[in-house]
Design a protein around this ligand. Structure first.
Ligand code: ADP
Length: 633
């Protein structure tokens, strides 16, 4: 019911707040005892900064704040360092800016501070037009647990740890952090950091086809910061352009240009302007026989549903959401002016958005899904399909390795425990091959262990990231987006197809799991997860349930056999297998019992196994009876 939904949402939001606090405290103490180490990995600075700022765009739009990014042209993109920690500092500063600003704007600046042959020092600044900080408080705010206004009645939450952590992280990046602020006017938090340069040559600045060069562009925005940002981008692509700060001024300039025989080919129009807004301006231009030739791009803060249709109807060719990202702007201009980038010629939606641009590329990504459990395979594949990805499936690590060798993969989702060859081993082989080729395919572990240190183990094994099972659709989507963002931005070349190999019978993997105590009188299986995944499609729920019943039925027998023969290794692997499926169908008690058996097998301690197996089998009958009832089988 609505009421229950509200309560759960409140619980969820409170838990998320607590998570933030706990993570802050953990981070802080980790740094305190010198246990935090920075990663040194290749990353793309522009993408890292743009994506980070982008994550706050919804909140900024809700508050009506303008959000801008200005990365200076001479700042190199291909760097080495710890993008995760850089992002953390930026998020801290941006989060504060958002928290303490009611109107106006937040702008992120990145400039080059010092340039050496192998490394460089960057200067980051986050400026806001918020409440500011009194001069006598400026000193203290970087100290842990310190807040400028510490009264009990202060309006803003927080722990007072964000800036202290940021200062420590910045120090680890050999930089400094500081602030200048004027109460009532706003604050600018800045920091510096050193990064290594990647050995590869910096990609040459993307250029537009010759046919597009020297076409004139009109930028229409009342906000000077946005005009400046657009100016920087257009200038870097050598587009001659002129600015107007209102709709009325724009119309005058458009008409003058036509009269002078050099009309504007493109107008980039901000939606939110006092007086004539962007949409009205677009309609006027479209209905004017003389101006009608000019192409139109709408700039708006995070879109509302229905925006695309409305802007298309008003006569816009495309729309982009703020903050403006260099690559999206590029794609958008290219598609609007050329009628599509060469590879996307077929794609002619009525209006282009950032999503259209990247969706077409998503389907082209070569994503490999290595997972032996058919349930998990189906679930992951469905999540991927839903978001426009077309993964190739394999059943074990050996097959994953073969797929890797036979084609250019963009991303690998790798189960950790698989027969024939586990995920860690396959990853190690791949990384070995890559040491020669110099490539790096992101590998994301999918693991059933939600144990402390798991992330570290995956990273140590050469994986880039990890998600825990049962797979959460949102988490998986986010992690894939994170690791393919660069590819979606880069122009993609067609990839040779990857051949999946035939499934192989499972053998014994080895690993850990946490046992959860089953709740005594719980529902046998909570199908809400599956239903959500299937978006109410009964046929899909049914298929997933059947997959589970087949698999668990078969492996249940093998489990009994293993317990009877006292084969601890097989007890572990069979129980692990069933545990995975049980998690997906929301059979928590069954999942808990399977986890217990798995643990017994792992510790080669089977004296209690018979008893637990009996409980397991009882529970399995309950679950399967319930599931069969659900699908009317
Ligand atoms: P928290 O935000 O959790 O309280 P921080 O360490 O991030 O802790 O910030 C410490 C204090 O510095 C804040 O409580 C606030 O008083 C002040 N502060 C930080 N950023 C800003 C900002 N952009 N504008 C105004 N005050 C700020």
């Amino acid at each position: 019911s609505d009421e229950q939904r509200e309560f759960t949402q409140a619980v969820r939001s409170a838990s998320n707040h607590l998570m933030v606090v706990i993570n802050d405290i953990l981070d802080f103490s980790k740094i305190e005892v010198g246990k935090l180490e920075l990663e040194v990995v290749d990353f793309n600075l522009r993408n890292a900064v743009e994506d980070t700022v982008d994550t706050l765009s919804v909140k900024a739009a809700e508050k009506g704040l303008n959000l801008g990014i200005m990365i200076h042209g001479e700042v190199r993109s291909l760097l080495r360092g710890d993008p995760g920690r850089l992002r953390q500092v930026l998020i801290n500063l941006l989060g504060n800016a958002l928290k303490f600003t009611e109107e106006g704007e937040i702008v992120v600046h990145v400039a080059l501070d010092e340039d050496e042959p192998d490394r460089l020092k960057l200067h980051f600044a986050v400026s806001d037009t918020g409440i500011g900080i009194p001069a006598n408080k400026l000193e203290g705010i970087f100290e842990p647990f310190t807040q400028a206004d510490a009264s009990v009645t202060r309006r803003f939450g927080g722990t007072g740890l964000g800036l202290a952590i940021s200062r420590k992280l910045v120090k680890m990046m050999n930089g400094e952090i500081g602030v200048s602020s004027e109460p009532g006017k706003g604050s600018t938090f800045w920091f510096t950091a050193w990064f290594e340069k990647q050995a590869v040559q910096e990609e040459p600045l993307r250029r537009f086809p010759r046919s597009l060069e020297r076409r004139r562009v009109l930028v229409i925005d009342d906000n000077a910061t946005n005009r400046k940002i657009l100016h920087l981008h257009l200038e870097s692509w050598q587009f001659p352009h002129i600015e107007a700060s209102s709709g009325e001024e724009a119309l005058t300039k458009l008409r003058e240009a036509v009269a002078a025989g050099d009309p504007f080919r493109l107008a980039i129009v901000d939606m939110q302007m006092p007086g004539m807004d962007g949409e009205t301006l677009g309609r006027v231009i479209r209905q004017d026989a003389v101006l009608n030739e000019t192409r139109l791009i709408m700039l708006t803060s995070v879109g509302n549903r229905g925006d695309a249709a409305r802007f298309a109807e008003a006569g816009f060719d495309a729309y982009l959401t703020k903050p403006i990202k260099q690559s999206s702007l590029y794609d958008c201009i290219a598609m609007v002016m050329e009628g599509g980038i060469a590879t996307k010629a077929k794609l002619t939606p009525p209006i282009l958005t950032q999503h259209t641009v990247s969706d077409a590329r998503k389907a082209e990504l070569a994503i490999l899904l290595a997972e032996d459990n058919p349930m998990n395979q189906e679930v992951a594949r469905r999540i991927l399909n839903k978001h426009g990805y077309r993964p190739v499936l394999v059943d074990d690590g050996r097959a994953a390795l073969e797929a890797y060798e036979s084609g250019a993969l963009d991303l690998i989702l790798m189960d950790v425990q698989m027969p024939v060859m586990g995920g860690f081993e396959a990853t190690a082989h791949i990384r070995e091959l890559e040491a020669k080729s110099g490539r790096h395919v992101p590998i994301i572990a999918m693991t059933a262990h939600a144990m402390k240190g798991d992330r570290e183990r995956c990273i140590e094994a050469g994986m880039d990231d990890y998600v825990t099972k049962p797979i959460d659709a949102e988490v998986l989507r986010a992690v894939i987006e994170k690791w393919t963002a660069d590819l979606l931005k880069a122009e993609s070349a067609p990839k040779p197809p990857v051949a999946p190999s035939p499934p192989v019978a499972p053998t014994a993997p080895a690993s850990v799991a946490v046992a959860a105590a089953p709740a005594p009188e719980a529902v046998p299986a909570d199908l809400s997860r599956l239903q959500q995944l299937a978006e109410g499609d009964k046929a899909i729920v049914e298929r997933l349930i059947n997959l589970f019943l087949d698999d668990a039925g078969q492996h249940g027998k093998l489990l009994r056999d293993a317990v009877e023969k006292g084969d601890a290794k097989r007890v572990e692997s069979e129980a692990h297998r069933i545990k995975g499926g049980a998690g997906q169908v929301g059979a928590d008690a069954l999942h808990g019992l399977a986890a217990k058996l798995e643990g017994l097998g792992r510790n080669a301690e089977l004296s209690l196994a018979g008893e637990i197996l009996a409980a397991f089998e009882d529970e399995y009958r309950r679950v399967s009876g319930f599931l069969r009832g659900e699908i009317g089988a």
